[in-house]
Design a binder for this molecule. Structure first.
Ligand code: ADP
Ligand code: MG
Length: 678
């Protein structure tokens, strides 16, 4: 019998009203009920009388001294009294209105009673009794319920369901896997989750439940992946190999080994009917842009258009200039679409894009407007993809006939997200920086020591360094924030002008002014650029070598790492100076981690641990699935194991083997839902 087909109303005592109540917890059938696990456990340890505190809830263990006495009082009320011997002392146990408990107290037997301790009376008002000689430490399951249904009611329903149906619980995970990882079968797991006899049993049940949850989830991902390959025949972009090789040979630098490798992975995907859905991950400064340019050029030689979407105007503008410069000699037509263009400008460019006169289109989210249509979009590159929502990515994808997608990110994807949220994407990693880069030295100072920073800046300026000074958005009001940036700008002018040129950049400036300031900084006409976080992602001025960050405690780890990544892009020794007065342990910890590592991967993992996935990437964007038992960050090892096993299950027709029959039929029913979660 499939327990998913038996409604909870099949249990005695569950009428229409109670059925509605339990449905409000998302429980419809017996399977749901049995797999509705406690969200925490109250571990009750047996207390010694010496340690008991008045009015505290404790668990006492003793020997029943005499038969219990049940006495009535008031209207329909009764009281059970029984004496037990605890550590040679006689303790009075009282239970109200539970006369049936008297069977649990057999003279001479051991019992454990959980209840409220009365120090003066040496008595305990019982709440729970564990008799029958099983007076071990007890674990209480606590369920998440709502106003429609009581904890107790739910527990009783689960008990009833377990008694009636436990023999029908089929184990879904194949035996071989359970044995390999020493996990429980589903029946034992259900018992160990709801009614654990001891810690060990509960521990193992929890481990099993986590594995099971992750494994089923990963099977869903694997299924989606294989569906994608079957249904979505991608474009065959038959690019000009010789042309691309020549282009790479003529670059001003040699590709790093990692760049060459990922380029190959991408080009192979493009030159096949396999639909490319690939994530290019590489730390800040690892050189992702050039890889994207090569891929876009390949797409153009195959007769398609290619587009790259960036999260900010400044970054789009920078890409447009750099890409334009690289491609112009090849007679590749590049244009840019952003939100700040006039309607006239926009329409003229959009016309060319529609007519196929433009080969490479750079833009912000303005690219996904309805007015933008492509003639034949072959490749989409999404830069800093974590800055975009899932829908924006999808919208752009729908602008073409199933174009290949290359999503790039400088924020390393923690293992957790790589396995869950990005599980259906192929991942390419650039795991080295171009040769000659020096480690960025990071220092943290408190604001009272700010003079040290000025002295350092003086020295660096004398040494021809270019410097970023970044200040965060602190208040809700943009005006006040701007004032903050302007104050710092004034201060730097006071200290360093006219010998050095100071620039100011913020989000409220008109676009042409922003461009102008960025250009001056790129061409070393500005020495110190005071900026808000508009420069956070992507900006590339290789000569800049010092990054000063004000109020660094206001940024998250990943964001600080991104900002720091604006320097260290050239041959010069680079520095990052964090000015921060951390107000709590976590903030202090962040400063320490930043000064001790440059490894974006380590930082992203730490960030995820400290703040949770939703906060790191924005809950809308993290897309972290809602697991019930497992914590994809804390239980990463179980998650990884589950992923490996799920992957194997989808290879070589493994699912067709007789020993995987139960799993297969279970998944077949589940996939309908899983396939809809995009
Ligand atoms: P990110 O991966 O952060 O987007 P970019 O693509 O902006 O990095 O590249 C950072 C800098 O490194 C750029 O100035 C780029 O021209 C340069 N660069 C990229 N690849 C190489 C290479 N193989 N050798 C030397 N410099 C490189
Ligand atoms: Mg970049």
């Amino acid at each position: 019998m499939d327990l998913r087909t038996v409604p909870v109303s099949a249990l005695p005592g569950v009428g229409a009203k109670r059925f509605e109540a339990i449905k409000s917890l998302g429980i419809e059938n017996i399977y749901d009920l049995l797999f509705y696990f406690p969200f925490r456990y109250e571990d009750m340890e047996v207390k010694s009388l010496d340690d008991a505190i008045d009015q505290e809830k404790i668990l006492l263990k003793g020997i029943v001294a005499s038969d219990p006495v049940v006495a009535r009082f008031g209207y329909k009320k009764n009281r059970l009294n029984v004496r037990i011997i605890v550590e040679n002392e006689s303790v009075m146990v009282t239970f109200f209105n539970q006369p049936w408990l008297k069977d649990k107290f057999v003279t001479g037997n051991e019992v454990a009673v959980y209840g409220k301790w009365n120090q003066n009376r040496r008595a305990i008002t019982g709440m729970k009794v564990i008799g029958d000689g099983h007076a071990e430490d007890s674990i209480d399951s606590v369920y998440s319920v709502n106003k429609n249904i009581h904890q107790k009611t739910l527990i009783n329903l689960i008990k009833a369901a377990y008694e009636e149906y436990s023999d029908q619980i089929k184990t879904i995970i194949p035996e071989r896997i359970l044995e390999k990882y020493h996990l429980m079968n589903d029946k034992d797991m259900v018992q160990g989750m709801h009614f654990p006899k001891n810690d060990e049993q509960n521990e193992l049940a929890r481990r099993t439940a986590k594995f099971r949850e992750f494994f089923l989830f990963e099977c869903g991902i694997q299924n989606m992946k294989s569906q994608d390959q079957v249904n979505q025949i991608g474009l065959l972009e038959n690019y000009d190999k010789k042309y691309i090789e020549d282009f790479i040979d003529n670059l001003p630098f040699d590709l790093t080994t990692a760049q060459a490798r990922v380029t190959q992975e991408i080009l192979e995907d493009m030159n096949s009917t396999h639909h490319m859905n690939r994530l290019l991950q590489g730390d800040v400064g690892s050189g992702k842009t050039i890889v994207a340019v090569i891929a876009m050029l390949a797409s153009v030689t195959a007769g398609y258009q290619a587009a790259i979407m960036a999260p900010t105007e400044i970054l789009a503008q920078q890409h447009f200039e750099k890409i334009g410069k690289l491609l112009a000699p090849l007679k590749i037509r590049t244009s840019i679409l952003t939100g700040s263009q006039t309607k006239k400008e926009h329409d003229a460019i959009a016309d060319n894009v529609r007519a196929g006169k433009t080969n490479v289109i750079v833009g912000t989210h303005a690219l996904i407007q309805d007015s933008v249509e492509f003639k034949d979009l072959g490749l989409i590159v999404i830069d800093e993809q974590h800055r975009f929502g899932v829908n924006q990515r999808k919208d752009l994808r729908e602008k073409g006939n199933n174009p290949d997608v290359l999503a790039m990110t400088a924020t390393p994807i923690p293992r957790t997200l790589a396995i869950t949220t990005y599980g259906d994407m192929d991942v390419s990693r650039i795991d080295e920086l171009p040769a000659g880069r020096k480690k960025i030295e990071t220092y943290w100072i408190r604001s009272q020591k700010i003079e040290q920073m000025y002295r350092f800046v003086t020295k660096e300026l004398a040494d021809k360094a270019q410097i970023y000074v970044v200040t965060p958005l602190i208040s809700e009001s943009e005006k006040i924030d701007l004032k903050n940036a302007e104050l710092i700008y004034d201060k730097f002018n006071e200290l360093f002008a006219p010998k050095y040129k100071i620039g100011l950049l913020h989000g409220q400036m008109p676009n042409d002014q922003k461009e102008d300031v960025m250009n001056q900084f790129s061409h070393q006409k500005i020495d110190v650029l005071v900026s808000t976080t508009v420069i956070e992602v992507g900006v590339d001025v290789p000569n800049a070598s010092v990054m000063v960050i004000y109020d660094a405690n206001r940024f998250g780890l990943s964001q600080l790492h991104q900002l720091r990544g604006r320097v260290g892009r050239g041959e010069k020794q680079s520095y990052c100076i964090l000015i921060a007065d951390p107000k709590n342990e976590t903030a202090l910890e962040r400063m320490k981690i930043l000064t001790s590592t440059n490894d974006g991967f380590v930082l992203a993992e730490e960030d995820l641990k400290m703040r949770g996935a939703g906060d790191v990437l924005g809950s809308r964007q993290s897309g972290l699935p809602d697991f019930k038992v497992g914590d994809p960050v804390a239980d990463i090892n179980i998650l990884e194991t589950a992923q490996i096993e799920a992957e194997a299950m989808f290879k070589d027709e493994a699912m067709e083997k007789p020993e995987n029959k139960v799993l297969k039929s279970f998944l077949n029913d589940e996939f309908e839902q899983l396939n809809n979660f995009d």
